[in-house]
Ligand binder design. Sequence first.
Ligand SMILES: *[C@@H]1O[C@H](CO)[C@@H](O)[C@H](O)[C@H]1NC(C)=O
Ligand SMILES: *[C@@H]1O[C@H](CO)[C@@H](O)[C@H](O)[C@H]1NC(C)=O
Length: 334
Amino acid sequence: MLQLGDEVTLYSVVFVVVLLGTRSAVWTTALTVSLYVFVAVFRFPQAPADRAKHILHPARGGHGSGKVSAIAHRGGAHDAPENTLAAIREASQNGATGVELDLEFSADGVPILMHDDTVDRTTNGSGPLSKIRFADLRKLDAAAKHRLRSKYSGEKIPTLEEAVEECIRLQLTIYFDVKSHPDEAAAALKALYKKNPVLYNSSIVCSFEPKVIYRMRQSDPGVVTALTHRPWSLSHLGDGVPRFSSPWKLGWMTLLDVVLDWALHHVLWRFCGVSAFLIQKNFVSQDYVQYWANRGVEVVAWTINTKMEKEFYQEIMHVSYITDSLLEDCEPHY
Ligand SMILES: *[C@@H]1O[C@H](CO)[C@@H](O)[C@H](O)[C@H]1NC(C)=O
Ligand SMILES: *[C@@H]1O[C@H](CO)[C@@H](O)[C@H](O)[C@H]1NC(C)=O
């Protein structure tokens, strides 16, 4: 029922806006019907609900009475150097249900794990990934900037394949976070799923970019996917600081934030056929979780870094969460 309500609202809004713009009932009707047909033809259905449930609530590794998933952010960036095999092993040892890993590419196109598009923040190297070949990336120390660098010294940047093999061996769920390169990422992930079919039941592809998710579903509609969102992300940084000093630019981006937020909640999620919505924790409420539950979509909160918050999500909200540490309270890793 609610889904029908969404659709009526969407097409009513489009109808009114186009009517105001064109002042022609014929054009307005034609455009609204075309949009309806376009969405109906090009949208992807959600992946089967039982498979999504298997991934989001695996039988093993549930936390608390809600049996929710605790997912180690970048493999657990606080407990070990982010996006490394050491982090994956540490997360498994500390009882994580799964890991969130960031997909990037070396200059020569090898899929690797890295969050940023430069190596400066995490390794002892410097420069953009787009300029460094895999053989040279491999010489860097991926633990160089971590608070526990002496313990993990010499840890390498792993390939996507190495990381996935380690996760499969340890029976960890994988949340692949893809920020860019929609075509390359979809191709790399498709090959990976083909080689390791267990991933269809144990991993989910997530992105802030609807284009990335749409591209993934196009190349393999069997893959379970999620959209990631932080309201006001176009105009403000994660810590609430405005991204732009010019009030005009800030105002414009704030307006785009409103449009993006509306589109994600009403159109884009369905166009992509996502099974989950990964949302910044400040925006999670019982009503919000219910909104998505009515649409067959599961909410995952990020980033939950204190014991008190974890208990709240496990016991009261029954919502899975992404965390920087399985061991102790810590500051968020942006
Ligand atoms: C980074 O550290 C590794 C391992 O200690 C070392 O072999 C490499 O030469 C270092 N690279 C740079 C650019 O300092
Ligand atoms: C995925 O899980 C379903 C049942 O939950 C099972 O029938 C199927 O064989 C599994 N596929 C793989 C590749 O493990």
